[in-house]
Design a protein around this ligand. Structure first.
Ligand SMILES: *[C@@H]1O[C@H](CO)[C@@H](O)[C@H](O)[C@H]1NC(C)=O
Ligand SMILES: *[C@@H]1O[C@H](CO)[C@@H](O)[C@H](O)[C@H]1NC(C)=O
Ligand SMILES: *[C@@H]1O[C@H](CO)[C@@H](O)[C@H](O)[C@H]1NC(C)=O
Ligand SMILES: *[C@@H]1O[C@H](CO)[C@@H](O)[C@H](O)[C@H]1NC(C)=O
Ligand SMILES: [Zn+2]
Ligand SMILES: [Zn+2]
Length: 356
């Protein structure tokens, strides 16, 4: 199977037009611009968003066409080259808003209410959201064709940092520590070992910080907005927006726009392994992350999703997750901490079933 080059990532973890995705099934696509509209979303004037408040079907608001391009970029609205993109909130755009609200877990109003607009404005991952059917029984999502690293299990995957594409204000050793922890979180639940190497050219996973247009057809957009993106298996490309204020520690980095490097790393590694965006808010595969926030612990949804691709690490038990969760006593896994035993048992049963 050819690697699909999904631009996946994170400031906001964003979505893509499925038709664009299909046209990118070939690695050669990266240097061509598939649809003229993908670049335009970088020019959003976010302060204009106030004028969209409570717009619904039939509304005509100057700048709505930009919002349509945003929905197109992240996979909620199909736009063809010959479409006349107007500022009118039409029926197709309303369907796109429905799909978006369902995906991100908002009340499905079909209107640009304040919750919906704030969600749109939150920083996110640049990878398009794969829109799933409403009422699906699971929340984790794969890329089309369900690609994963195809070598024998247990497998080793190597990773390296691009020596020319680092950021000056963080030391390489700090960056390495963050990524080591991020990879270990996934490595503890699946039989995959992640091994750091200095041989960038031969590494399976290639990590670097890039600014603006960096040659893969998915230019970065400056501070916030899109934070990072990575590609589905077995591409291994992991790009972070060099314009962000990346933080390894919010005690020492007090900027209002600081983004937690480890949280973004954990999210992007999920894409590299084959997970697309989840609509579960606690999942690390949820597409957006606010500045100053840390979300590094895998949720049950993330674990089920990745274990269905690779199987379980023999050393992993859901019980150990539960124990460490209770002993550390913080609220990152509200689903586990509340008395939702039926959910847990269902999760366990599903995992056993998937391992057979
Ligand atoms: C963004 O807008 C500016 C001015 O309006 C323009 O010069 C620039 O080319 C635009 N950038 C993109 C990527 O469209
Ligand atoms: C696009 O819409 C504008 C304004 O409604 C109109 O003037 C123009 O002729 C339309 N173009 C096409 C190709 O339909
Ligand atoms: C994985 O790497 C370790 C050493 O880091 C090696 O001992 C082991 O044989 C490797 N496994 C595979 C499947 O390549
Ligand atoms: C499980 O744990 C043992 C002991 O810590 C370790 O040697 C082994 O490599 C682990 N297995 C996997 C698949 O991580
Ligand atoms: Zn993402
Ligand atoms: Zn890139």
């Amino acid at each position: 199977m050819l690697p699909s080059l999904f631009c996946t990532f994170l400031v906001i973890f964003l979505l893509h037009n499925p038709s664009c995705i299909d046209s990118r099934g070939n690695p050669g696509f990266a240097l061509t611009q598939p649809v003229e509209t993908t670049q335009d979303y970088n020019n959003y004037t976010w302060h204009n968003f106030k004028s969209f408040l409570n717009a619904g079907r039939g509304s005509h608001v100057s700048g709505m066409s930009e919002l349509k391009r945003y929905f197109h970029h992240f996979g909620y609205l199909q736009l063809r080259d010959f479409d006349n993109i107007t500022d009118i909130f039409d029926a197709r755009f309303e369907s796109a808003v429905f799909r978006y609200q369902a995906k991100v877990g908002l009340p499905i109003t079909g209107k640009l209410d304040s919750d919906t607009l704030s969600q749109i404005m939150a920083p996110r991952c640049g990878v398009p959201d794969t829109v799933q059917k409403l009422h699906a029984s699971r929340n984790y999502v794969y890329f089309p064709g369900k690609p994963r690293w195809s070598r024998h299990i247990p497998m080793n995957l190597t990773y390296a940092f691009s020596p020319e594409n680092l950021i000056s204000y963080l030391s390489l050793s700090d960056i390495k520590k963050v990524f080591k922890r991020a990879f270990a979180r996934w490595g503890s639940v699946i039989p995959v070992s992640f091994i750091e190497t200095d041989d960038y050219g031969f590494a399976d996973i290639k990590i670097g910080f890039y600014s603006g247009d960096h040659g893969d057809g998915e230019p970065f957009d400056g501070v916030l907005g899109v934070l990072a993106h990575s590609f589905s298996p077995e591409s291994g490309r992991f790009h972070l927006d060099a314009a962000e204020t990346w933080a390894v520690d919010f005690e020492s980095e007090k900027s209002k726009v600081a983004v937690d490097l480890e949280s973004v790393a954990v999210h992007e590694i999920g894409h590299l392994l084959g997970l697309a965006h989840s609509s579960v808010n606690e999942a690390v595969m949820y597409p957006s992350l606010k500045p100053g926030k840390k979300k590094v612990d895998l949720s049950v949804d993330d674990i089920q999703g990745v274990q269905a691709l690779y199987g379980s690490n023999p050393n992993f038990t859901l019980g150990s997750l539960l124990e460490s969760d209770i002993s550390t006593n913080h609220a990152l896994h509200p689903r586990l901490r509340s008395s939702k035993w039926p959910t847990l048992i269902a999760a366990l049963t599903l995992m056993l079933y998937l391992c057979m």
